[in-house]
Ligand binder design. Structure first.
Ligand code: CP
Length: 385
């Protein structure tokens, strides 16, 4: 027997995850969520021990990015390689989507050769998640119509609504940082000032949709004009009701301090103003780049009214010696002071590093018919070498 404990992985829950593409964390029920996080930790332990897990050798893992990325690209490549797959990362602007090829057609064409797919499409509200679902439909229709039994999970690498691999990585890091559990912890998710660009809404929305389900008490804070999608706020409230956690929204001046008061964790990051993010939808649909540039400028001007929304030493002193979290990249000196970032630099790197294991878990659950058996065989083989 290997030294890794597969006993905590529920085979019944795993059966429900076979073939599943969770395009929002709310697509996972509570047991599935817990299983993905348990597997992510198991994969991290196995990797740390230097044990290889070639579950899907010679298979192609294709990821298309319609926006910039450092960490998620690296995590996708790292996860695929660790599973024995061959990762390929494509710039979405270099596909034929810009020339009118539909998402479903693109899915079918990319999916006909590959064994897993990731997509990032996060900049325009109302588009990214819909695009992913259409890509998935195109892949599934092609596989069905051609009688191909291949299983092709699609991983959401950030859309307009959610950033599941990020928030699951955040949850995995929280579970490690608080070995006694995330239940009952007070977590401040706050808007913070950024001069760099109008950041998507998906990270704060994803945190709101996920963290209350872990039993945490989540306080969301933002200035007037920065509200998030109603669907995400509704999911946050119902997640809190079901788990015994809670979800509160503080809006306006003083909200960031109020959210930080006695917090065990703070997650201050920027996002774009709500009404201007909606204006982008029409401008993008019309292909009006000049209007898109004007809107971006207006977002940054609106952000600049709130330069005091920074996670600094004064605010951290309001907390219970809180853990600072950020999905990265952070605007140092604007979203967070240099001193706070310096103190938590290793913590945010460890948070980021969880994403590779979350992606491994999502792919392995979706692709293996009997993951416990497959893992057991590989681990035993390596032990007897
Ligand atoms: N946090 C995150 O998703 O980082 P990237 O945008 O660099 O992938």
């Amino acid at each position: 027997m290997s030294g890794f404990d597969l006993g905590g992985v529920d085979r019944t829950v795993l059966r429900g995850l076979v073939g599943k593409s969770a395009l929002l964390t709310t697509d996972l029920d509570q047991a599935e969520l817990s299983t993905v996080l348990t597997l992510a930790q198991l994969f991290a332990d196995i990797d740390f021990a230097g044990v290889k897990l070639p579950l899907f050798e010679q298979e192609l893992a294709y990821a298309v990015f319609f926006d910039n990325s450092t960490r998620t690209k690296s995590a996708w490549a790292g996860a695929a390689a660790r599973l024995g797959m061959r990762p390929v990362i494509v710039d979405g602007s270099s596909t034929q989507v810009a020339h009118g090829e539909t998402a479903a057609e693109t899915g079918a064409m990319l999916g006909m050769n590959s064994h897993a797919m990731g997509v990032r499409h996060d900049l325009i509200l109302g588009e990214g998640n819909t695009f992913m679902r259409e890509v998935k439909r195109g892949i599934d229709d092609y596989l069905r119509d051609s009688g191909d039994p291949r299983r092709m999970p699609l991983v959401n690498l950030q859309c307009d609504i959610d950033h599941p691999t990020q928030t699951l990585a955040d949850a995995a890091w929280l579970r490690e940082y608080f070995p006694d559990g995330v239940e009952g912890k007070r977590i401040a998710v706050s808007w913070a000032y950024s001069p760099s660009y109008a950041k998507p809404l998906s990270v704060p929305q994803g945190l709101a949709m996920l963290l209350p389900r872990l039993g945490a008490h989540v306080r969301m804070a933002y200035p007037p004009g920065y509200r998030l999608l109603d669907s995400a706020m509704d999911a946050a409230a119902s997640g809190a009701r079901e788990s015994g956690g809670s979800f509160e929204v503080f809006e306006g001046e003083g909200a960031m301090d109020a959210a930080f008061e006695d917090a065990h964790v703070v997650y201050p990051k920027s996002w774009g103003p709500h009404s201007l993010m909606l204006d982008r939808v029409e401008a993008n649909r019309a292909g009006d780049q000049a209007r898109m540039n004007e809107i971006e400028q207006a977002c940054l001007e609106q952000n600049a009214n709130h330069k005091d929304w920074i996670c600094d030493e004064r605010r951290m002193a309001l907390t219970r010696d809180a853990l600072y979290m950020h999905c990265l990249p952070a605007d140092i000196g604007d979203e967070v002071s240099e001193g706070v970032m310096a103190q938590h630099r290793v913590n945010v790197a460890r948070e980021a590093n969880k994403k590779v294991y979350v992606i491994m878990a999502l792919l392995a659950c979706a692709k293996s018919n009997d993951l416990v058996d497959d893992l057991g065989q590989i681990l035993n083989r390596q032990e007897t070498k």
